[in-house]
Design a protein around this ligand. Sequence first.
Ligand code: NAP
Length: 280
Amino acid sequence: MTLIDGKETARLVRSELAPRAAAFEQKTGRKIGLAVVLVGSDPASEVYVRNKQKACAETGIASYLCALPETVEEDELEARVKEISSREEVDGVLVQLPLPAHLDAQAVLRCIPACKDVDGFSAENFGKLARGEGGLAPCTPLGVMELLRRYRVEIEGKRAAVLGRSNIVGRPMALMLLNANATVTVCHSKTRELPAVLSKADLLVAAVGKPKFVTAEMVKEGAVVIDVGVNRAEGKLCGDVDFDAVSKKASLITPVPGGVGPMTVAMLLKNTVAAAESRA
Ligand code: NAP
């Protein structure tokens, strides 16, 4: 069994992006810029935002934080997102989710032009992904694809199963695997005979949000298993896969933490660099 090292791969991705960011600065006279909009003071969101800012700094990307109070009105937030998106020095914009309940996240995300939508959440970018036309794609599934590529996992012609169909992970993941010529099955809470369906997959991506949900009986001998889940169980961080049991059957597997997680931020930086380069 090979353990897929997301931390090291993310470091490698960042080290490849740094010279591109430097070349951009030399050519244009300014740094590539990422704007992060943070509403309220949710501790987890604040940690995520700090991690993104730190990764930007390490890669030579400028980050601009727009912090707004929990009580901000929808109109005010949309106006701020539009204003920050219009700035020349800003190549990518992201709104840290989730937003407080009184705000309409979809309406806010629509204020970001597709060319600066580095989270890849806009309908335009999602449509491009669905049509296999490129564009900026969501960072977490993009990180999974990057891990598969770097670990030379063959995708074409393989049976892939994606457990979960959220707009930020499962759905775009399934589209990316389909675009890479896998035969893809998407599983969700209404899927019948789930263990039988999953255990046919050569490649299994778990994004269900339930600790250790994927057990050894759901996994084919020799399968590649990618665990997107980030859960807390008994005070410890764990994935959606029962790692101890499943790692005995898998040929390659990602750990949690240190698997897909670090790749998400690396792919955000990659999208930001790509957005800047294509605008320039
Ligand atoms: P989500 O929006 O809650 O979606 C969960 C999906 O799992 C849904 O499609 C749901 O089906 C399906 N599901 C729930 N219970 C099921 C069951 N018993 N059997 C089969 N399917 C079931 O979650 P998400 O945002 O996609 O996130 C998934 C996990 O990834 C979470 O642990 C999250 O923390 C993690 N995550 C990690 C990163 C990272 O950077 N590593 C990024 C994003 C998310 P229905 O559609 O039928 O409800």
